[in-house]
Design a binder for this molecule. Structure first.
Ligand code: A3P
Length: 301
């Protein structure tokens, strides 16, 4: 059903999307229709791909990586929206959003690319070019909560149903971009075959300087104290929350009265939302799904 986008006086009506399967992964129609163009995208060896499951800290890592690649907090970083500096490859032209593939084709190298795609849907040229990839993973419970609120504020996301219904959809992987379990584990497995730096959201929260000092050499850069301090200040939660280039206050189909995009930025917020029974149910499924992987998360600091 079309909804008013929430901006007083705006004529823009947006439709909540339904999910379609692409190679077994639920995606939104815009991606499904755009699949061939995305698969044929030509990655280059000096591209940098930031890959995440939704709500894992994508916007945060993009800001950090862009600062590192730019040698600090430049005018471009201060004045251009995050979405134009790191185009989201699977967003298609028929939407009102930035058309990822077309922008990237017209962008001079080195390009910063953003994706939520699971390993099996990543355009093959990314593996062939062996470009550098930074994958950010966040614990499953905080992602669930953040994703629920994101569905509420983004009037193009599918209907969530109740909190209880969304909880079940997420656990069974019936949400956009599919199962969190499949996403984080397959990216974990591929990290040794490709140039993938696997970073945890919780580590950035705990020690952003250490993460910047890991990401910088991976991207072939080293910085002194002053630049690192400048990057840390620019990418701090309070700063990104107030920054119109990173807080998505410019997208009319984001109703930030429902929830801010930069919502809490914390580890362990799930405890404010999960019931005891939900936590038990989640843990049981978690143990089952994560039994065979060496990947470990922390959901509390
Ligand atoms: P919450 O909803 O838990 O607050 P993405 O960019 O992948 O959509 O992820 C959004 C989540 O990352 C939101 O989580 C947001 O608040 C958090 N986030 C973004 N920038 C952050 C920062 N600088 N510090 C901490 N968390 C940040």
């Amino acid at each position: 059903m079309a909804e008013d986008c929430g901006i007083p006086g705006s004529l823009l009506k947006v439709e909540r999307q339904t999910l379609y399967e692409v190679d077994g992964v639920p995606m939104m129609r815009r991606f499904f229709e755009y699949n061939e163009k995305i698969r044929n995208f030509e990655a280059k060896p000096d591209d940098v791909l930031v890959a995440t499951y939704p709500k894992a800290g994508t916007t945060w890592m993009i800001e950090i990586v862009d600062c590192i690649l730019s040698g600090g907090v430049t005018d471009k970083i201060r004045n251009q929206p995050s979405g134009t500096r790191a185009p989201f490859i699977e967003l298609c032209k028929s939407s009102h959003s930035y058309p990822g593939v077309d922008i990237l084709d017209a962008t001079p190298s080195p390009r910063l690319v953003n994706t939520h795609l699971p390993v099996k849907l990543v355009p093959p040229s990314f593996w062939e070019s062996n470009c550098r990839i930074i994958y950010v993973a966040r614990n499953a419970k905080d992602v669930l909560v953040s994703y629920y609120f994101f569905h509420k504020l983004n009037l193009r996301m599918p209907e969530t149903g109740s909190w209880e219904e969304f909880f079940e959809s997420y656990l069974s992987g019936k949400v956009a971009w599919g199962s969190w379990f499949d996403h984080v584990t397959t990216w974990w497995d591929i990290r040794q075959r490709q140039q993938v730096l696997y970073i945890f959201y919780e580590d950035i929260v705990q020690d952003p300087q250490r993460v910047i000092e890991r990401v910088s050499p991976f991207l072939g850069r080293t910085f002194g104290r002053t630049v690192i301090d400048e990057i840390m200040k620019h990418t701090a939660f309070s700063n990104m929350k107030d920054n119109p280039m990173t807080n998505f206050s410019n997208l009319p189909w984001f109703n930030l009265k429902v929830s801010p995009f930069m919502r809490k930025g914390k580890v362990g917020d799930w405890k404010n939302h999960f019931t005891v029974a939900q936590n038990e149910r989640f843990e049981k499924e978690y143990q089952r799904r994560m039994a065979k992987t060496s990947l470990r998360f922390t959901d509390d600091l």
